[in-house]
Design a protein around this ligand. Structure first.
Ligand code: NAG
Ligand code: NAG
Ligand code: NAG
Ligand code: FE2
Length: 502
């Protein structure tokens, strides 16, 4: 019903996008929208609008998508009385020899113990964690457990078991290689995920991509779209939803606006209450005073996580900490320097345009000075990659305020397209600003394969109605080690024919 025509339009639309013709995309989208309205007005007498929208494959990826219903198997509750659920792990220290394991037991606290070891089903080690609970509006949380496993060996697979008796559950994770400049490692970048069918396909595609750790750029569950009890219930369903991956590999968390949960009308005035109770970070290990900003080192990467929604102007705790952390970065040990935040500092999308400007003014000159390789953000529900540009000479008195090419500057990547219930941010500013290298409003995720100290292969993978489509691909040369390479560049290396982003 009405699906035939939009489906072939979608194909035409895709082939246009593949030719990289973004202007045409806007025109085509506009005319498809008109066709859609026409079809809808024909169908109005016989079918509800909601159903007509869902019947169209084109509309499905362009319109705000609904959350998966709570009874769906994507949110399945594990069998057994008080069985641990919402299992997730994150790095537990500065250098990758510790893991924090978190889970929720619904009926009673139960045990906070984790049994673990290098052999499946045989656990010669154990660690004792703690539990806590909280209320939010009328919701009472389950018992939230956090347990630190430390002193782990590098590059080792560990099996672990939580819960008791018939309700016990077993998982595993792989520790990273030791901190070493040529350590190869693959990160996934996922953001603004939510819990729709688009979110599910992003998650499934990511899990097929070979990523070993997720850098999560904020906006986890979108539970704050709900009211009363349902806010907590949707935090729980999201925890079960992502468990298929978060129980097996660390997700490095950063907080977005949907984590703030500031609802004075219902008496909830402690920002980030649900998020902080559920998603711990190893902030103390990097000398941070707040779980919302911290840093870790993993394999050959130094990763700095910032909070877009905490004070960052000069002399605030976050500013002081960042200045300190940047001075600790050792590119001889960790050549790759990444920053993760929620609000992009460069984005040419109409939605949230310039929201990152205040943080750009505060931090951009440091990012250039320290030659940050890549800055990952979310928030804008679309994909975008910048050239290496900076605007640090911005001067309101002379109006010199254009971003200019800058070899020391980071590349800015926005991956806010995980697939939440708010839908895509489909309208980019026209014309495309010269700092913007690639942009597209589709759902997807990114993969960064670090090969060694000099080379990392990057790609953005678009969800295309259930199929995986690698779209934007770039080889990044390291910002610290690249200058040595540039001198040898005239030699006939294999990478001569590849695209480079300096
Ligand atoms: C936490 O759990 C305990 C034990 O079930 C209960 O007595 C207490 O009221 C709960 N507290 C909150 C804040 O939910
Ligand atoms: C973009 O255009 C502005 C104004 O024309 C110019 O000053 C700037 O150098 C350009 N930036 C890039 C990255 O090419
Ligand atoms: C780094 O990796 C790239 C791509 O795999 C390779 O071509 C290059 O030779 C490597 N460099 C070193 C120093 O190993
Ligand atoms: Fe956001």
């Amino acid at each position: 019903m009405g699906s035939g025509r939009p489906r072939s339009c979608r194909r035409l639309f895709n082939s246009l996008v593949e030719q990289g013709n973004l202007r045409l995309k806007t025109i085509v989208m506009g005319s498809l929208f008109l066709i859609f309205i026409l079809i809808n007005s024909f169908l109005l007498s016989s079918a509800p609008i909601g159903r007509a929208k869902k019947a169209s494959t084109f509309i499905r990826s362009e319109w705000p998508s609904d959350d998966i219903p709570l009874g769906h198997e994507a949110f399945a509750i594990p069998k057994g009385y008080n069985a641990p659920q919402q299992v997730h792990i994150t790095q537990g220290d500065y250098d990758g020899k510790a893991v924090i394991i978190s889970w929720v037991t619904p009926e009673e606290p139960g045990s906070s113990k984790v049994q673990y070891g290098k052999l499946g089903h045989q656990y010669d080690l154990s660690a004792e964690g703690t539990w806590s609970n909280y209320t939010f509006c009328k919701y009472n949380s389950g018992y939230i457990h956090h347990c630190l496993l430390d002193g782990l060996e590098y590059s080792t697979k560990y099996f672990y078991k939580i819960g008791a008796g018939e309700s016990a559950r077993e998982f595993w994770f792989q520790t990273p290689p030791k901190i070493e400049p040529d350590a190869a490692y693959t990160f996934g970048i996922v953001g603004d995920l939510g819990q729709t069918f688009n979110s599910l396909s992003t998650l499934e595609h990511y899990m097929q991509s070979g990523g070993q750790t997720v850098l999560f750029v904020g906006d986890l569950s979108y539970a704050d779209a709900y009211r009363d009890n349902d806010i907590g219930i949707r935090w729980d369903s999201w925890g079960r939803f992502v468990e298929r991956n978060t129980a097996y590999q660390p997700w490095i968390w950063s907080a977005g606006n949907h984590e703030i949960d500031y609802m004075p009308d219902v008496g909830e005035i402690r920002p980030f209450k649900s998020y902080l109770n559920r998603y711990p970070t190893p902030f103390l290990a990097s000398g941070s005073t707040n779980p919302l900003w911290y840093a870790i080192r993993r394999a050959s990467a130094h990763i700095i996580v910032l909070s877009s929604y905490s004070p960052f102007v000069t002399y605030t705790p976050q500013w002081i900490w960042l200045r300190q952390e940047l001075s600790k970065v050792n590119r001889e040990q960790t050549p790759w320097l990444f920053v993760v935040m929620h609000v992009p500092m460069y984005s040419s999308n109409d939605v949230h345009f310039m929201e990152g400007e205040s943080m750009r003014v505060a931090f951009e000159s440091w990012f250039v000075q320290y030659k940050v390789d890549l800055i990952f953000a979310g928030h804008v529900h679309a994909y975008e990659r910048s050239y290496r540009i900076s605007n640090i000479h911005n001067d309101v008195s002379t109006r010199a305020c254009f971003p200019v090419p800058d070899k020391s500057a980071p590349v800015y990547i926005t991956v806010g397209d995980g697939g939440n219930q708010e839908g895509l941010a489909g309208k980019f500013r026209d014309p495309q600003p010269n700092y913007s290298a690639f942009r597209e409003a589709s759902y997807g995720h990114s993969i960064l394969e670090i090969k060694n100290r000099t080379h990392a292969i990057y790609r953005w993978v678009r969800n295309d109605d259930g199929k995986k489509v690698p779209t934007d691909s770039v080889v990044f040369l390291n910002q610290y080690w690249a200058s040595n390479l540039r001198q040898r560049r005239l030699k006939n290396h294999w990478w001569k024919n590849h695209i480079f982003a300096f």
